[in-house]
Design a protein around this ligand. Structure first.
Ligand code: AP5
Ligand code: MG
Length: 199
């Protein structure tokens, strides 16, 4: 079993790459953004609470997303591994994830960070907004707020994993296929390194 984190700013391609990665590696995709939007669509109390914050470009409370992730880990005990997309997004979430994984005798094999400049990201998101129906994609001010939250609260998570020596940055401005190939190379190298260390 191996678990991966796909890390990066809004619009960097986490969702796009995750779809391809879960198919290739047989992992369970856990995107907290997608899981929150499912709650919003079902109009659950959690979804109604989350929508107010998401529409302003703010993060939802740590306990909310940690609870969602904990449930999904519990529901998928037979999984070959998990691909975390958009989680953890604060250092507190990263510490909680470590505890959830330790409790289940699991670990993170590799954290892959997608690097893309802000201006490219804003263009991608506003383009997508025209067709996605995502309420947080339509207004440039909300999109910019998502970036400032990313720089303030989420970037420190990269340092957290860099200190643990399992973060790799990948250039995310090429084509979808080029980025996918670069990510796969990194994952395959990490799997090989882990397997060699077991013998
Ligand atoms: P979330 O849904 O996670 O959104 P995000 O992180 O802002 O990122 P996006 O989903 O917008 O982008 P992405 O990196 O997945 O890129 P994508 O592949 O779609 O979170 C939404 C909100 O939920 C947050 O703001 C927060 O409020 C809340 N939330 C979620 N998780 C949370 C957590 N852990 N804690 C607290 N709150 C949380 O690509 C974007 C576009 O670019 C697409 O149109 C795509 O086709 C295009 N594209 C992708 N790759 C390329 C490429 N290589 N070249 C050209 N175009 C490309
Ligand atoms: Mg996404």
């Amino acid at each position: 079993m191996y678990n991966l984190i796909l890390f990066g700013p809004p619009g960097s391609g986490k969702g796009t790459q995750s779809e391809k990665l879960v198919e290739k590696y047989g992992l369970v995709h856990l995107s907290t953004g997608d899981l929150l939007r499912a709650e919003i669509n079902k109009k659950t109390p959690l979804g109604i609470e989350a929508k107010k914050l998401i529409d302003k470009g703010q993060l939802v409370p740590d306990e909310m997303v940690v609870g969602i992730i904990d449930n999904r880990l519990e529901e998928n005990k037979e999984a070959l591994g998990f691909l975390f997309d958009g989680f953890p997004r604060t250092v507190s979430q990263a510490i909680s994830l470590d505890k959830l994984l330790e409790y289940r005798k699991m670990a993170i094999l590799s954290v892959i960070a997608l690097d893309v400049e802000d201006d490219v990201l804003v263009k991608r998101i506003l383009n997508r907004g025209a067709i996605s129906g995502r309420s947080d994609d339509l207004d440039e001010e909300v999109v910019r707020k998502r970036f400032s939250v990313y720089h303030d609260s989420t970037e420190p998570v990269a340092a957290y994993y860099r200190n643990k020596n399992n973060l790799t940055s990948i250039q995310g401005e090429g084509t979808i296929e080029q980025t996918f190939d670069a990510i796969c190379k990194q994952i395959d190298a990490a799997i090989k390194e882990r397997d060699n260390s077991l013998f």
